[in-house]
Design a protein around this ligand. Structure first.
Ligand code: DX5
Ligand code: ZN
Length: 217
């Protein structure tokens, strides 16, 4: 069964604590927090202060996805804010190895993220040092986009590398995930599913978490 990471990008910001408690009690393993800088992606969302405010109100694993150009500079602030996992996009830095080192040295789990147009080849040299790989299943920047099935082969490729090399990183998927699209990703080796609009856009978010889990039993 896949782990579920609701994305609070699609939550009700005025009632955030309620929306976090809801998915926590509803069995979600991670809370996915999308950080957008208006440069790497067109949108602007939250900063480190936001993560810091959430930290004391939940014990959920805070899974922070940085869609930020040159993330090295801002990493210490997210480490201090209490993130449990920090993901950096390989396309956003010339120094992906250094960025991952900063995260790990801060005692936080390190994740590398690849866009739909980025091959697995790009991240092979850092796979030995990551706790999680995020395969974007839409182009980053917005919630509510359509899942891109051409990304599934990359999940399978990463899963093969895991087996061949004896690595045990999680493989996360993000974008357009629902109880249908998750199935082939899970079969290919995905272990964590981010879901924003599918969960928080529903009248019953917990039923949607369960639907993703039921689809991957
Ligand atoms: C997209 C973000 C996603 C987003 C997913 O750039 O990285 O985490 O919240 O939203 P849905 O699940 O609606 O595609
Ligand atoms: Zn995300």
């Amino acid at each position: 069964m896949i782990k579920v990471a609701p994305s609070i990008l699609s939550a009700d910001y005025v009632n955030l604590q309620k929306d976090i408690e809801l998915v926590d009690k509803g069995g979600a393993e991670y809370l996915h927090i999308d950080i957008m800088d208006g440069s790497f992606v067109p949108s602007i969302s939250f900063g480190p202060g936001f993560v810091k405010s959430i930290r004391p109100i939940t014990n959920m694993v805070l899974d922070v996805h940085l869609m930020v150009q040159n993330p090295e500079h801002i990493l210490p602030a997210f480490i201090d804010a209490g993130a449990d996992i920090i993901g950096v996009q390989v396309e956003a830095t010339q120094h992906i190895h250094r960025a991952l080192q900063i995260i790990k040295n801060g005692g936080v789990k390190a994740e590398v993220v690849i866009n739909p147009g980025t091959p697995v080849e790009m991240i092979k040299p850092v796979l030995h040092m990551v706790d999680q790989v995020l395969v974007m299943t839409v182009n980053p920047g917005f919630g509510g986009q359509k899942f891109l099935p051409e990304t599934i082969d990359k999940i399978a490729e990463l899963n093969q590398i895991k087996k061949d090399k004896g690595y045990n990183f999680d493989i996360e998927i993000d974008g357009g995930v629902n109880d249908q699209t998750v199935v082939d990703c899970y079969k290919a080796g995905a272990t964590v599913a981010v879901a924003g609009s599918y969960v928080y856009g529903a009248d019953d978010p917990v039923a949607r978490i369960n639907a993703i889990k039921d689809a991957t039993k």
